[in-house]
Design a protein around this ligand. Structure first.
Ligand SMILES: Nc1nc2c(c(=O)[nH]1)N[C@H]1C(S)=C(S)[C@@H](COP(=O)(O)O)O[C@H]1N2
Ligand SMILES: [Mo]
Length: 160
């Protein structure tokens, strides 16, 4: 049987894909190995879970901002105020979802170093899917695992 390049070097099994869509000039489907194209960052984090207490983990992966910027969000990059109406919705394969504001991760505003993880405690996430890493969050609930879709939405333009 043939094996795709994306599977090479990882354990046998289906490779998870995430869909990037919404108000983007270049929507995309990305495997975890596709996420290695961007500069890789490390995060050593602690977060509290309401049910299991404080957890400590290490993650690596690209900045969410770098990945989304390359997908061409349909705002005028030269006008800072134009970015403020954009939201980013992230959904896991189990339906768990949460939103971030674009400004939260934008280097001109909140500058949160949010990652799309490719490894979790040194284990590759190729089959489980990427996990959202928010070092600024005290609570673990937005650390969405098994990411299936990310939608960028500038829909609040309707208010202007
Ligand atoms: N896909 C998905 N990701 C998720 C959750 C979930 O239910 N589904 N739970 C969140 C919560 S509440 C916490 S605290 C962290 C860590 O939860 P875990 O210890 O159950 O992995 O994952 C987060 N990511
Ligand atoms: Mo949690």
């Amino acid at each position: 049987m043939s094996q795709s390049l994306a599977d090479a070097g990882t354990a046998v099994g289906p490779v998870a894909e995430l869909v990037l869509d919404g108000d983007l000039g270049r929507p995309a489907r990305l495997t975890v190995s596709d996420l290695l194209v961007w500069p890789q960052h490390r995060a050593q984090v602690a977060f509290e879970c309401a049910t299991s207490g404080v957890q400590h983990h290490r993650f690596t992966g690209p900045l969410l901002h770098d990945v989304l910027n390359d997908a061409g969000p349909v705002f005028d990059p030269a006008r800072r105020k134009d970015r403020l109406r954009f939201v980013i919705a992230v959904r896991g394969a189990d339906g768990h979802h949460a939103v971030l504001s674009w400004a939260e991760i934008d280097p001109d505003f909140g500058r949160a170093p949010v990652l799309l993880a490719v490894t979790f405690d040194d284990t590759p996430l190729d089959r489980a899917g990427s996990q959202l890493v928010l070092p600024q969050d005290r609570c673990g609930a937005r650390y969405i695992s098994g990411i299936q879709a990310i939608r960028v939405d500038g829909g609040y333009a309707a208010w202007t």
